[in-house]
Design a protein around this ligand. Structure first.
Ligand code: F6P
Length: 559
């Protein structure tokens, strides 16, 4: 464990109380807690807007929650929530506010956290985006040869890719409904992120340049990964049509905080969509970075998505801590990490449309809270963000669940279930069979979360089982249920996780809105790239033996 001090400086009263609670609970089994209190679900589940959260399978007693709330109060969480919504500089290392929540303010919002200038600032580029989205969705955007655009390719990485990509996949049904009467004019949406070209190379083989539009999505407009893919896209277009200015005008939209760089690259002003420094990359899905999603599902549905997130913002801003879903979710994470010492957390959606949710949350949580220095510059004395990974649950059952059930590692999990599915008209011909499959998925999600928590004790004859067939259980987990997966409910669920990240950062005293840890790697890659381009004659003496050895080997086989 890479922690510089051995004892928590956080040895406050509430921290100590929680340590004592943990000593007792570490020797308690969830099966026992459920046996003692059949009303556990009622006491330990919460609903906010379209999201139900059942945390009764967490290894807590009802009064553990009181101690966790006391810790949050001691860390001045209510004041931090106020600071977030007042637009104060909560991102202190970059001297910026973090106002992703403002992107979800409705146009008629009022109150002290929604000053008219802010609401107007947010809605202006959204209105511009709506215009571009409508041109594309109604087949009125033409490429260099006058052909209708049939394919939109989002080029971005990290927050400029994962959010729109995850949501496009999650909202395929919403898209099919919204697009039903648009006579096939809605473009297909694709995503390209990886700098080494595997995605764009495959995509360009099947797209037609005169019918393809690229969205350059980059907050900084300097990210090498994105610019490398953009260079390839431009070269492809220019191979088919030599007039670069025309190609840039007809085939590129830019989304960035850097209008100057978009302009310098050649994005025409009408196709530049701006957002602001106070939106962190991994929180930017709600801004004009969401254009690919809006193309896919339509602008009205995109507004529903924002409305769902706003509903969770309001809940987070106003609900008492003990009934506040993002707060409670975050505090349970703190409990598991800092008091039960569980450092791995799986995201397990039981709905294939949420395939990319784990990757999205990996960035959201680990890039935000994967830190070991407090806001005041001192090293933390406690663990921060656990390792997060995941997969669509039914597939993961056949991959890594073995470790969850019988391995030596303690792991917590979030199950995500959707109650209703396959009710849309486009499934009508096979609705019964698909709904049957959906119920099978739900049954498996419920069974796995039960078995992980309660273990073999749910079986009458557990004691007779041979050792290799035994299940210890006591792997804490939370289940989120959405009535349906819609733009609104997805928006609410994602906002819940965003606020969870913020609450945990407050408890851990770290800044969740910067990411200095990824910067040095980028610089090193730059100088290494220069050496690679110099070829066999490059002076590798400044490199460590491993890097020099690997490079020399590759140069040898490349010749
Ligand atoms: O990985 C670092 C990072 O800065 C992320 O935070 C961000 O989402 C991603 O790179 C892409 O950055 P940009 O949108 O500026 O291209």
């Amino acid at each position: 464990m890479r922690i510089r001090e051995s004892l928590p400086s956080t040895s406050s009263l509430s921290w100590k109380k929680l340590q004592q609670d943990a000593e007792v609970l570490e020797n308690t089994h969830l099966f026992q807690l459920f046996t003692e209190d059949p009303e556990r679900f009622k006491a330990l589940s919460l609903q906010a807007g379209p999201v139900l959260m059942d945390f009764s399978k967490q290894l807590i007693k009802i009064d553990t929650l009181d101690s966790l709330v006391a810790l949050a109060e001691e860390k001045q969480l209510p004041r931090w929530i106020e600071r977030l919504f007042a637009g104060e500089e909560v991102n202190d290392s970059e001297r910026r506010a973090a106002q992703h929540w403002a992107l979800r303010l409705p146009v008629n919002a009022d109150g002290p956290h929604a000053p008219p200038e802010l609401v107007q600032q947010v809605h202006q580029p959204l209105a511009k985006m709506r215009g571009l989205v409508e041109l594309l969705r109604t087949g009125r955007w033409r490429g260099y040869s006058g052909q209708v655009i049939t394919d939109v390719v989002n080029i971005g990485v990290g927050g400029s890719d994962l959010g729109p990509m995850m949501a496009c996949r999650a909202l395929e049904d919403a898209a099919a409904c919204a697009n039903a009467d648009l006579a096939g004019s809605v473009p297909n949406v694709h995503f390209v992120s990886s700098m080494e070209g595997s995605q764009i190379s495959r995509l360009l083989q099947r797209l037609r340049p005169e019918k393809t539009l690229f969205v350059i999505a980059s907050k900084s407009f300097t990210t090498l990964d994105t610019l490398a893919n953009v260079d390839t896209a431009l070269a492809w277009l220019k191979n088919h049509h030599a007039d670069e200015a025309l190609v840039k005008r007809c085939h590129f939209i830019g989304v960035s905080t850097r209008a100057d760089l978009m302009q310098a690259w050649g994005i025409v002003p009408e196709h530049q969509l701006e957002f602001w420094d106070w939106v962190g990359g991994r929180f930017s899905l709600w801004s004009t970075i969401g254009i690919s999603l809006a193309v896919k599902i339509g602008f009205d549905a995109f507004e529903q998505f924002l409305a769902g997130a706003h509903c969770m913002d309001e809940h987070f801003r106003t609900a008492p801590l003990a009934q506040n879903l993002p707060v409670v979710n975050a505090l349970i994470g703190v409990w598991n990490t800092n008091f039960l010492n569980i450092n791995a957390h799986a995201i397990l959606p039981y709905d294939g449309r949420l395939k990319h949710l784990p990757a999205y949350l990996e960035q959201l949580e680990m890039e935000s809270n994967g830190k070991s220095v407090r806001r005041d510059g001192s090293w933390v004395s406690h663990r921060t963000c656990p390792i997060i990974w995941g997969e669509v649950g039914p597939n993961a059952q056949h991959a890594f669940y073995q470790l969850l059930h019988q391995g030596t590692e303690r792991v917590t999990s979030d199950f995500v279930l959707v109650a209703n599915r396959y009710r849309e008209a486009h499934y009508a011909s096979v609705a019964d069979a698909l709904q049957q499959q959906h119920r099978l998925g739900i049954a498996n999600g419920l069974a796995q979360s039960q078995l992980l928590a309660l273990g073999e004790q749910i079986l009458p004859d557990a004691a007779q089982l041979p050792a290799h067939k035994r299940y210890q259980g006591n792997q804490p987990n939370t289940t989120f249920v959405l009535e349906e997966l819609t733009p609104y409910s997805l928006g609410a669920l994602l906002a819940l996780y965003e606020h969870k990240v913020f609450v945990q950062s407050v408890i851990w005293e770290i800044n969740p809105f910067d990411q200095w840890g990824v910067e040095l790697g980028k610089k090193l890659a730059h100088s290494t790239h220069e050496l690679i381009e110099q070829g066999a004659g490059a002076d590798l003496s400044s490199l460590d033996a491993s890097t020099a050895g690997l490079l020399t080997f590759m140069q040898g086989v490349q010749q």
